[in-house]
Design a protein around this ligand. Structure first.
Ligand SMILES: Cc1cc2nc3c(=O)[nH]c(=O)nc-3n(C[C@H](O)[C@H](O)[C@H](O)COP(=O)(O)OP(=O)(O)OC[C@H]3O[C@@H](n4cnc5c(N)ncnc54)[C@H](O)[C@@H]3O)c2cc1C
Ligand SMILES: C[S@@+](CC[C@H](N)C(=O)[O-])C[C@H]1O[C@@H](n2cnc3c(N)ncnc32)[C@H](O)[C@@H]1O
Length: 658
């Protein structure tokens, strides 16, 4: 389903200066003090932090809010979390239909000086206003904000989470009825654990009836001025999905979930130390997991992830189909991650994707216009503007991604391994030859059948080599790719020099340490790793297409280069999650929710030609699934990358196991 473009909120103030919404004709908070209201209604109303703080001992504590607005409830909660010195992780999920633009939010938050350090951090990470989920990490991951940008009615049913506390904070029910409707209350309730609490300043009769109907036990307490009363509630029994086992995980439609793990089971074997394996190892280690990481090469990032530079750009589609939405979420998350990882070599120099021809140019222009994409995410530059940007004539206009750029995948892998610290045991030059199930989970064995490690979980992050470890091959195809590197003396001859990544049918990165990378060939099914002069020549044609004349006189034999194998599924989407048990009987009408799974066996595979874009959020999704934490993407996006999708299709066609 295409998400409608976001309509940002316009800042305005009521007569007394309280922030006001013209769309809803209401104020954002009580005029007697926003922060005091947040503490009285939402924190105290949910018994947070309290003398026996509910959240102090939790591995993770999850708050769900309707209406992010200025983010004051979030900031006050984060402040209280910091002061309470809670040990676990705080997840704050908040849905917002009309988010403020960054500058407007900054101006509004400026009047709350006591929150300044937290506001600054929020503003630093504030995403471009695109629809969907956006996950932001603060305080080294101790606090995670997942913004659900769009209409709560569409997004809350897409949430997979086990919520502990709810803040109901829409505008007045009479002015904003859809945010208090029985349908929305029921979506929220389905996301709550048993024992969850809620608080709101509204005591409207219709709301109380909807809450009671959904199973909440309500109590009126003294309200925050000028309101005499407010409402708090407690949910004794959660709606539990039998498959997920996660109390509160929404059961209708049932989530595609993979068993939540208890703290003592937080141990995993990860196979492969490329972008996928290092990303999932670090995400799990940051949640206290112990990782045994096996890599057959003597160092990380020696295979597909070993190029000197790859480009970071999203995939756009006019219908904003699932793949485009996922790619956008992954791209924006990847940018936030590389910014936060000190040690990564990269440059947010911007990417210009020049249209292939006139028809493609029209499609690009229409896509940006119809999706109303914000310019800090993507813009369409007409030919003249594109020409001015790169300082040379281009044949067509193109998409401009100002936040995109190039990144060194090897430096990402090394930084992630360093960040994992003592939680990770690294085994280089160690190939896992087979896997064996045992009562405690999985054993990894070497070629002599000797035990390498055992753990309740195994994560296959070893690209197309994964199939060799499974009873049934995964539909993964290797795609050979060769890049060409222009040595410094040749790169320096490119005149005028260029500062942005350019792409069309190929790509070229601006010089780094004098070297320019041009890519890449694309040979499906080929696995030969030798350099081919013909591929260098084809890359020079790609360069000439992007920078006319730049490839003139270059002898392919003088070029450096590298060959890698991309690993792609038929739909070009990654495989993220719990693998199916292909030997089990699937029942008469199998679905992703009912399909038997291999307990403890997970995939992070099929990153295809966009590993730098997919890997960070893919790892965050899998780590969230394994740790029983809220998912960072919509349920339907997680289903699109469920590794069981191919087995399900085969079962439906009646061809499984053939
Ligand atoms: C030419 C080319 C250009 C590209 N350009 C871009 C780009 O511009 N932007 C972008 O986003 N992406 C790009 N990609 C794609 C990106 O590089 C890949 O998607 C990504 O590197 C895949 O990471 P991975 O960890 O899944 O695989 P790999 O990096 O291949 O990692 C898998 C690891 O598993 C190890 N392994 C395998 N079997 C075993 C075993 N049994 N035991 C132990 N270890 C094992 C391997 O040694 C390997 O290190 C490009 C790829 C190529 C080939
Ligand atoms: C009272 S304000 C929230 C204030 C906020 N909690 C804070 O701490 O600053 C209500 C918010 O709900 C948002 N909202 C209203 N209807 C919505 C809907 N259908 N889906 C998502 N958000 C909605 C409004 O845009 C507004 O930002």
């Amino acid at each position: 389903m295409m998400s409608p473009p976001l309509v940002p909120a316009e800042p305005a103030a009521a007569g007394d200066g309280t922030p006001y919404s013209a769309i809803f004709d209401d104020v954002y908070h009580a005029s007697h003090g926003a922060l005091a209201q947040a503490r009285h209604v939402f924190l105290a109303g949910n018994d947070l932090p309290g003398e026996y703080a509910r959240w102090s001992d939790a591995d993770s504590f999850v708050i769900l809010e309707t209406g992010f607005g200025l983010g004051l409830n979030f900031l006050v909660t984060w402040q209280a979390w910091r002061e309470s010195k809670a040990k676990g992780r705080l997840h704050f999920l908040s849905v917002e239909k009309h988010p403020f633009r960054r500058d407007d939010l900054a101006a509004l938050l400026a009047s709350h000086a006591e929150l300044a350090p937290l506001s600054a951090e929020l503003l630093r990470q504030w995403p471009p206003l695109t629809p969907g989920f956006h996950r932001l990490h603060f305080d080294h991951g101790a606090v995670t904000l997942t913004l659900l940008l769009g209409d709560a009615q569409a997004l809350l049913p897409q949430l997979v989470a086990g919520v502990d506390a709810v803040y109901l904070d829409g505008f007045a029910p009479a002015k904003n009825p859809e945010l208090w409707s029985p349908a929305l209350i029921s979506s929220i309730t389905r996301a709550c654990k048993a024992g969850a609490t809620l608080a709101t300043w509204s005591v409207a009769g219709e709301l109380r009836r909807a809450l009671e109907q959904a199973g909440w036990q309500l109590e009126r307490r003294a309200g925050f001025a000028p309101k005499r009363e407010m409402l708090v509630g407690r949910l004794e029994n959660a709606v539990t999905c039998p498959r997920s086992g996660i109390p509160g995980m929404q059961s209708k439609p049932a989530p595609t979930f993979h068993l939540p793990q208890l703290p003592h089971q937080r141990r995993a074997i990860v196979i492969g130390a490329g972008l996928a394996g290092t990303a999932i190892s670090e995400r799990l280690a940051s949640r206290g997991w112990h990782i045994e990481l096996f890599e057959r090469q003597d160092a990380p990032a020696q295979e597909a992830s070993g190029n000197p530079a790859g480009i970071l750009l999203p995939h756009l589609a006019k219908d904003d189909a699932l793949a485009a939405r996922l790619s956008r979420a992954c791209f924006l998350y990847a940018l936030r991650r590389v910014k936060d990882l000190a040690g990564v070599r990269w440059s947010p120099c911007g990417v210009l994707q020049v249209a292939r021809d006139a028809a493609h140019e029209t499609l690009q222009r229409d896509t940006v216009r119809e999706l109303e994409l914000p310019p800090d995410f993507a813009a369409f530059l007409e030919r003249d503007a594109a020409t001015a940007l790169i300082g040379r004539q281009v044949a067509h206009g193109g998409w401009w991604f100002p936040g995109g750029g190039w990144v060194s995948p090897g430096s990402v892998c090394a930084t992630l391994l360093a960040a994992g610290g003592v939680q990770m045991h690294l085994h280089f030059g160690s190939e896992v030859a087979s896997l064996r199930k045992y009562s405690g989970g999985w054993q990894a064995l070497d070629a002599d059948g000797e035990l390498l490690a055992s753990a309740p979980h195994v994560i296959l992050a070893n690209a197309h080599a994964a199939s060799r470890l499974l009873p049934q091959a995964l539909p993964l195809t290797p795609i050979r790719g060769q890049i060409s590197c222009l040595p410094q003396d040749i790169a320096e001859r490119i005149d005028p020099p260029f500062r942005h990544v350019l792409c069309r049918s190929g790509y070229v990165t601006p010089p780094q340490a004098g070297v320019v990378c041009v890519g890449a060939s694309f040979d499906s099914g080929e696995t030969d790793l030798g350099i081919r002069l013909a591929d260098h020549a084809a890359n020079m044609q790609r360069l000439d297409e992007l920078l006319p004349g730049a490839a003139q006189g270059i002898d392919p034999a003088r070029l450096g280069g590298r060959v890698g194998l991309r690993c792609a599924a038929p739909d070009r989407l990654p495989l993220i999650g719990n693998l199916p048990d292909t030997t089990a009987v699937a029942g008469s009408s199998p679905s992703l929710d009912t399909l038997p799974r291999e307990a403890g066996l997970h995939a992070l595979l099929g990153l295809s030609a966009r590993g730098m874009v997919w890997a960070p959020l893919a790892a965050e999704l899998l780590a969230s699934q394994l740790s029983g934490e809220p998912w960072p993407v919509e349920r339907e996006l997680a289903r699109a990358v469920d590794p069981a999708r191919f087995h399900l299709r085969a079962l439906r066609r009646g061809t499984a196991g053939l």
